[in-house]
Design a protein around this ligand. Sequence first.
Ligand code: GAP
Length: 458
Amino acid sequence: MTDKAADSSAREAEDKDRHPLAMETLVSLCAARGFVYPASEIYSGIAGFWDYGPLGVELKNNLKARWWNLVVRGRDDVVGIDSAIISHPRTWEASGHVDHFSDPMVDCRSCNKRYRADQYEGGRCSKAPKDHPTGECDLTEAREFNLMLRTELGASADTAIMAYLRPETCQPIFSGFKRVREAARQKLPFGIAQIGKAFRNEITPRNFTFRSREFEQAEMEFFCHPSEREEWFAHWREERLQFHLDLGIDEKLLRTRPHADDELAHYARAAEDVEFLFPFGWQEIEGIHDRGDWDLSRHSEYSGKDLAITDEKTKEHFTPMVIETSVGIDRTCLALLVAAYCEESVEGGETRKVMRFHPAIAPIKVAVLPLSKKLAEPAKAIQRDLRKHLNAFYDDSGNIGRRYRRQDEVGTPFCVTYDFDSESDGCVTIRDRDTMDQERVPIEGIVRRLRDRLEEGL
Ligand code: GAP
């Protein structure tokens, strides 16, 4: 079993600290407003798979763009790639996933369900104790269960090759290390990054999107000289924590936690998690790992191609060390949704729900709302102008108060209202989501004004 997974699930059960939000509240808002909902919902869903709706995909894309801009485009020493999801099967022998990437599982002979052994202890299967004469479950011995998802390549069953859907996105970075370094003319220290799908056949997917079978990772592998690994580990740990703080997540909801020696993954020499306080306790959203020379050495051995490098000045021939940053896009989206959710009393004893997203990741940046449908034409012209620069939404149905509430609930930072005076004074009202303050401003120059206000929060 992956030590890391066992430890994490034990803590999932034990953690006393919890975010006060009820998960059901968030799950139903996410489905109703089109953030995230079960995949194949009309067939009762499929465990561990989720679809992102119109707002969810914007949130996710904004998060990925922010990561890419900061980690790849914002630095001279990191380059990006986009590799195939399926690698040569030897990749996963070399990486250690064929031998080490497993959890112990038990089967119940009564209900034919499979449980993770570490999560089952003290629990009961669905048939116990009512249908059991002894009140006990009839469990098999624990067996190792590899978490990689398999598929077959080729038309005929006899000649098909078995392949794996990648359980982490980083392995093609290691196998392509030499090609990318030469093509990008990079010298140590430097990093290679990519964002993409990963798949794990989790025995018990749970906690909404937190533990899924298909998810996205944004990973960066930083290659350095062995003498610099501690320095780069410390650098990336600080950078990555700051990334989450800069997303507007309250510092009380974030912490870092170093791994004890007995919880390290098979490839790691040291690791530190960035954890978020979810309604189900403190849990990892990102891992920073010192992978040493594990991956490059193993791929050299299994492929027969030398992935070590020679320092031009010193002529030293060595295998670079790797510091990895690996953030789950879905887990971070979930953390952002939890952190943003807010209910507050407003005038008249009403309660309003607000998603207080940081403007950079808010799915919709501005909503254009004419006071009356009669004003649709000029209001739509403003939206057309705005959408060249920002994700601008238009809504003219229902009374204005209700339309403001709808935008609050999906976290739109600003609403622009076109009213009956706008025609004569050439002005509109900008309403701020958080303060609900309204400001009358000229239509001319509104794009710049909104962009400035959005950037104020960046
Ligand atoms: N390459 C290293 C690696 O994959 P990991 O800690 O197993 O390390 C990194 O995964 C990140 O991927 C985690 O911090 C988490 O955010 C995300 N992740 C891992 N398993 C996941 C799952 N079953 N569902 C959703 N996200 C997951």
